[in-house]
Design a protein. Sequence first.
Length: 156
Amino acid sequence: MNDLNSIIENAWKYTGDPEKLIRTFQEVFDDYRENPIYFFEYANALDFLGKEAEAIPLYQQALSLGISGKLKVQTEIQLGSSLSVTGDNESAISTLDRVQKETEDPAALIFLCIALFRSGEIRKSLRTALGFILSGNQGLLPEYNRALMQYLEEIH
């Protein structure tokens, strides 16, 4: 069994050769069938190649195998994004909304706003983004908070 980090590093050398990139992951499947990081990286490669539908079950497998920490958040964000790209907006929004609430990660927020936009919920997308910016209370936002909150309420 090869070192997974080496396999991943080697696979990403083939971004210009999609078949080789995928084959690198497929060749070691039996060695890593219980490794959540393997499934995340394999899904990531498929996602990179525009094969979101194929990536989704691999992201789900990484989660079911207990991927943790920062990679769990990345897995959930990328799963949500792939669900959105494939048209499963309800699942995408649910996943990304939960991740954003749990982590308050701006990347999750952006992917959530994109999923909302793709689903036709343009106003909700805008409200979500602006609400997050306002919650940061940075710069001159405190000076304009009352007015901006009123404007935000106008976007139903």
